[in-house]
Design a binder for this molecule. Structure first.
Ligand SMILES: [Zn+2]
Ligand SMILES: [Zn+2]
Length: 374
């Protein structure tokens, strides 16, 4: 059984062929992975910026076919096509029952253990357990995940496109639709136009935003942003992006440029988070989508931004997604041509090329590299 394992922080992933994978236990399923996106969060773990301990199988944006089901599994049978969710959503805990399944209290267990919900592991090598990021581990030919980490999709949905839904699309589109609740006619700014940012842009477009400002320092990403629905491209490498956006949004209080209704920040750095708050209008929403470094802090002008201008500043975890509601909806949007997935795939690669895919992310070269398994 072949998988890509992070042996230690800041090292290349190792392609290992001698991993053992135990079968699914109660309420778990074994999935033959068909495709996996390579996401910036995988790289963040490699660089020690997110709290997941090696040795670990990375990859959390995948889709595949159910191979085997454990005892008590009712929602799946072998042969079902599934999108893997990196947040298991139980449907019955306090947050699930309060319409926030992205924060599922049961599912949160996997962030801590990087194993199954019971804290044990299914992958081993020479008898030693190997973790799997968020109970997913899609940089592997096969994986075992909790039943509540998968969503069944139609057999006619291409699995290489479906894989992208599992992280980038749910996170980006969900941030715009579920968390920012973008309305028809809104003005929206998106800072950071990588894989997730492009999805935030298309989420805003699908929700009916009238103007979408794409902000990035890379010209190639701005070109892609236009394809996904941006109406105005702001090159942040020259000049102040906050003023560049605001001066196109009309005059508001005290004769000052107004700012946009919604800003989605998809980078996660203090500088861009401040820019996001700065370009949001009084009464508007600033949504932090990008994963910041663990322990990062931010200085806020609480008189102006929170009190006097009553900006709503919030995070968006996993796009505020209810995966059981949103994954089928996104599949339908793809089939109707509204959701662009083909255009997200910059490179189709083999598992062996995963380290090269990380270097491409670091250079800002790609929206998504997608690993295709045989
Ligand atoms: Zn991701
Ligand atoms: Zn729950």
């Amino acid at each position: 059984m072949k998988a890509a394992v992070l042996p230690a922080y800041n090292e290349d992933l190792q392609i290992l062929e001698d991993l053992e994978l135990e079968g699914p236990k109660a309420n778990e399923i074994k999935v033959k992975v068909a495709a996996s996106g390579v996401c910036h969060s995988d790289l963040s773990i490699l660089q020690g910026r997110l709290p997941v301990m090696p040795p670990v199988i990375l990859g959390h944006e995948g889709a595949g076919i159910v191979e085997e089901v454990g005892e008590g599994v009712t929602r799946f049978k072998p042969g079902d096509h599934v999108v893997i969710s990196w947040v298991p959503q139980c449907g019955t805990c306090y947050t699930c029952e309060h319409g926030q399944p992205q924060l599922c209290e049961t599912g949160a267990m996997v962030a801590v253990t990087a194993g199954m919900l019971d804290g044990t592991y299914r992958f081993t090598r020479d008898g030693e357990p190997i973790r799997q990021m968020q109970a997913t581990g899609t940089f592997s030919e096969y994986t075992v995940v909790p039943e509540i980490s998968a969503v069944k999709i139609d057999d006619d949905m291409p699995l290489d496109k479906a894989a992208l839904i599992g992280c980038g699309v749910l996170t980006g589109v969900g941030a715009a639709v579920n968390v920012a609740n973008v309305q028809k006619g809104d003005t929206v700014a998106v800072i950071g136009c990588g894989g997730v940012g492009l999805n935030a842009i298309q989420g805003a477009r699908i929700a009916g935003a009238e103007r979408i400002f794409a902000v990035d320092t890379a010209a190639s990403k701005l070109d892609l942003a236009k394809e996904f629905g941006a109406t105005d491209l702001i090159d942040a490498s020259s000049g102040d992006p906050v003023m560049a956006v605001k001066e196109q949004t009309g005059i508001g209080t005290l004769g000052m440029p107004r700012g946009v209704d919604v800003t989605l920040e998809v980078v996660g750095f203090a500088e861009t988070l401040k820019q996001a708050i700065g370009m949001t209008r009084a009464g508007g929403k600033t949504v932090f989508v990008g994963a910041p470094q663990l322990g990062a802090t931010l200085e806020l002008d609480i008189f102006m931004d929170l009190f006097a201008m009553q900006k709503i500043i919030t995070g968006a975890f996993y796009g505020g997604s209810d995966v059981n509601r949103d994954v089928p909806k996104l599949v339908d949007l793809y089939k109707s041509g509204e959701l662009k997935l083909d255009e997200l795939v910059s490179r189709r690669i083999k598992l062996e090329d995963v380290n090269e895919a990380f270097r491409a992310i670091e250079k800002g070269e790609v929206a998504r590299s997608v690993i295709i398994y045989d």
